[in-house]
Design a protein around this ligand. Sequence first.
Ligand code: ZN
Length: 372
Amino acid sequence: MLGRSYSFGKLFGIDIRFDISWLLIFFLITWVFSTGYFPSAIPDGTPMYYLFLGFLTSVMFFSSLVIHELSHSAVARRNGLAVNTITLFMFGGASNLEEEPQAPKIEAKMAFAGPFASFVIADVFYLISFFIPTGVAFIGIFNVFRVLAVINLMLAVFNLLPGFPLDGGRIFRAIVWHFNKDYIKATKSAVYGGKIIAFMLLSLGLFGAVTGLVAQGLWLMVIGSLLNVLANYSLDQTLAREELSKVNISGIIKKDYPFVGIDTKLLKAIPLFFKDKTNTLFASKNDEIVGYIKLEETRDLSKSDVQEKVSKLTHSMGESEALKPDDSALEAIRFMQKKDISCAPAIIDKNHRGMVFKKDILGILNHKVKGI
Ligand SMILES: [Zn+2]
């Protein structure tokens, strides 16, 4: 859903990035604080002073948001889920989870960690404000901490609203999932929660806009619409997953697909990507799958590099990880997502192996959706 993003650098091994849309919100928040909030809170400052306070507020706000996201990531990691990136964008931050939590308790803990961190930050900023000396020189800093305490408190409360994909919606899903043991149905109810909240925000925003609070009203309407879009997107994804969980891959395995020997020279292996129209080739040794190579990783090879063997670029993967014909299409997609590849080997029987392609799985989906 996000466009191009850029990296700030790494924190605890997680790449902290920002989407281009984040720059807009960063400037908007700085501008709102340095031309609106601070001039009215501290009447006799200079424009440069207000700009400095606005900028500081913005930087500290987004740092708080990164801490919120890092808290989600810390709990995810402690439960064995990999988080590689956190991306700031126009409407907040997003942790990119490689896979969804497998148990409701983990999901609930993970979801709660973010708002909990925001509550703690709000308290800490509020406490710090008491230790700032009184006097004209410190009134600006005092206001920065006070307003950030309020913003972080609002961030925590807003995120706890029980609508998916907000953190509160994830907690809501985890609770339903815990009781009904049905992940898909639980997600559906949390998504409907999200749509109800989106509708409430839209109505409240509209009410505000027509009764004089135009800017605040419009902002609530924007947030409400965004939440509605996100809820619809999550619903589509959930329905697709539900469909994919019902079909197995036996019908779409391309039989007797060739594997490339691990000791083959890259020079000879690379043309196979184009011959087989794939961006992943599976490598074998003594007739057993040992890993795979990706087309994108062969793009910048030098003339001497291509004389090397396939093993040089191989990501290891055991034969036992390969798919089986009665695996669901959902399991196949998850497998590919986890490894960031678009096809996967499947073992039909002792002598027959085949390949499953992502595009064929998506084909099942289009067919099914059109068929409804
Ligand atoms: Zn969160």
